[in-house]
Design a protein around this ligand. Structure first.
Ligand code: PEP
Ligand code: MG
Length: 539
């Protein structure tokens, strides 16, 4: 048995086989080829196989997720029939006398660059598609068809690290747990593990090796340990721990339907954080009073190109309807930093966390922002939706955001499309600047929600992605708590409410302090709703 210690992200025990996450990171070599016509044939046969695969995927997607979502596979098929694309590849093979892989990769880069530099957002989105279809051909040419996870049985996913776009594409029903070499507990992959109620351990280092692929393992998410090829004694102890955990969860279940009220009668709303429509099931199962943060950018991360207004409208409407009149706070897209989406074609930056992200993208690319706002306002006719804006640093930004919202509402009115004109608008307090000018900001909005993950990162100058800095990161740092308190006082002075939707909201050691500050709402991962209710009721 091999025991490796890391850092716990989410409690619980999972037992199963390890599947090492495989990436399509192929190194394409340039090889000299004499028989160029045979190489062209090799490309043509890989192209035909790719088209067949895409037809299969289209049919499966039609059944699983409907026509609108399946359309992407049809677009990909069309790309593979594009004469310019085919001619470019064949020409490179013939004139440069090189292998098909090199010709495909070069053409993919050239076409992607060409699309990315176009003015039209739709065409820009095709850059990611051309890379995607080319990747498919490259996989077929090299016989590597095992990218991502293809296991039939649920497995423990092991990886060096996973970026959010990789995590969202995993088939969640096949994931027993996560174990990664790197990562940090406030990274979005960790947040996703918590949302999905999946035991996870990060920071296991180089000891977690690809050689463990296929081996039996146990993740103890409570202690941050992974056991590989566990001995009988460990297996028995862990099975017992797993049973106890389930029993504890059953006990918490008895708190369903009870109020979030302290012994002295103070009430607080306990809502949930979600990343996609399917998470609503977990919120309802755990008796969440609402949704305090819907990270809408995951809709963009899950998509191969900009999600259309209609696709977004359908998702937001579904969440609002499923929550049946309970508050649903949807945050506008927070792309950038660790949440990179190919088709946005964002430049590489020296300091992405301090860079072009979130509201900064929305305010400079209003067409993307307005598509989302139209979808949100349209969905507001179907439930209790509030809109929240990330990464705000100034009153000026809020005024610009409100002006764009007003434009969208005017357009919808002119088109006779129903929406709730009283939709609440709120902002995230996740920069020290926002906390410091929160009195002025409070005059402009209906509510605040404190994003403690970023507020901590920016206040302490500690990269939330960097595990090495964990020893320096005092998550209860008095500076962060003072900024939260200041924001609460300023919100209340202007008659507005304030919540916390960062991970600190679920830190039970701070619940009493947050209650003393008069925090009105705590939004946590669905699995933390009932433990937090227990803590509040005991306070
Ligand atoms: C935060 O920063 O605390 C937050 C809730 O937003 P995210 O974690 O998505 O950056
Ligand atoms: Mg944030």
């Amino acid at each position: 048995m091999i025991t490796i210690k890391g850092k716990s992200v989410f409690g619980g025990v999972s037992i199963g086989k390890i599947s090492f996450y495989k990436r399509n990171e192929q190194v394409i070599k340039r090889l000299h080829i004499e028989a160029t016509e045979e190489e062209v044939q090799r490309f043509q046969s890989a192209r035909a196989t790719a088209i067949e695969e895409l037809k299969g995927l289209y049919n499966k997607a039609m059944e699983d997720v409907g026509e609108a979502n399946a359309a992407i596979f049809e677009i990909h098929q069309m790309m593979l029939d594009d004469l310019d694309y085919i001619e470019s590849i064949e020409n490179i093979i013939r004139t440069q006398e090189v292998n098909a892989e090199f010709a495909v990769a070069t053409t993919a880069d050239n076409f992607a660059q060409m699309f990315a530099s176009m003015d039209d957002a739709y065409m820009q989105g095709r850059a990611a598609d051309v890379k995607d279809v080319s990747e498919r051909i490259l996989n077929i040419l090299s016989g590597n068809c095992n990218a991502g996870m293809v296991a039939d049985e649920p497995v423990i996913i092991a990886a060096d690290d996973l970026v959010p776009s990789e995590t969202v594409q995993l088939d969640k029903s096949k994931v027993l747990g996560f174990a990664t070499m790197y990562g940090s507990s406030n990274s979005h992959t960790s947040i996703l593990a918590r949302t999905m109620n999946i035991p996870a351990v990060i920071g296991l280092g180089n000891e977690l090796s690809e050689q463990f692929d296929g081996k039996d393992a146990i993740i103890d998410g409570f202690t941050g340990t992974i056991y590989i090829e566990p001995d009988e004694e460990t297996m028995t102890a862990m099975k017992k721990k797993q049973e106890e955990d389930l029993a504890q969860k059953a006990l918490l279940d008895q708190l369903r339907g009870k109020e979030n009220i302290t012994t002295s009668g103070q009430k607080v709303n306990v809502y949930a954080n979600i990343g996609n429509v399917a998470d609503v099931g977990l919120v309802l199962k755990n008796d969440g009073g609402g949704i305090g943060l819907f990270r809408s950018e995951f809709l963009y991360l899950e998509s191969e190109t900009f999600p259309t207004e209609e696709e977004q409208f359908t998702a937001y409407k579904q969440v609002a309807e499923n929550m049946a009149g309970k508050k649903v706070i949807i945050r506008t897209l927070d792309i950038g930093a660790d949440k990179q989406v190919d088709y946005f074609n964002l430049d590489k930056e020296e300091n992405p966390a301090l860079g072009y992200r979130a509201i900064r993208i929305c305010l400079t690319q209003p067409e993307i922002f307005k598509t989302q706002l139209r979808a949100l306002y349209r969905a507001s006719a179907f439930g209790n939706i509030s809109i929240m804006f990330p990464m705000i640093i100034s009153v000026d930004e809020v005024k610009k955001v409100k002006a764009i919202c007003a434009e969208v509402m005017e357009e919808l009115t002119a088109a006779g499309i129903p929406f709730n004109k009283d939709t609440e608008l709120g902002i995230m307090i996740e920069t020290p600047a926002a906390a410091i000018v929160s009195r002025d900001l409070a005059k402009e909005v209906d509510f605040f929600s404190v994003g403690t993950n970023d507020l901590t990162q920016y206040t302490l100058a500690i990269d939330r992605q960097n595990l090495k800095l964990d020893p320096f990161c005092d998550t209860h740092h008095p500076a962060v708590l003072a900024l939260i308190k200041m924001s609460a006082e300023n919100a209340h002075a202007e008659g507005k409410w304030i919540g916390i939707c960062g991970e600190l909201g679920a830190d039970l050691e701070l619940t009493e302090q947050f209650l003393a500050m008069g925090i009105d709402e705590l939004s946590v991962s669905p699995g933390m709703i009932l433990p937090l209710r227990k803590k509040i009721r005991e306070s």
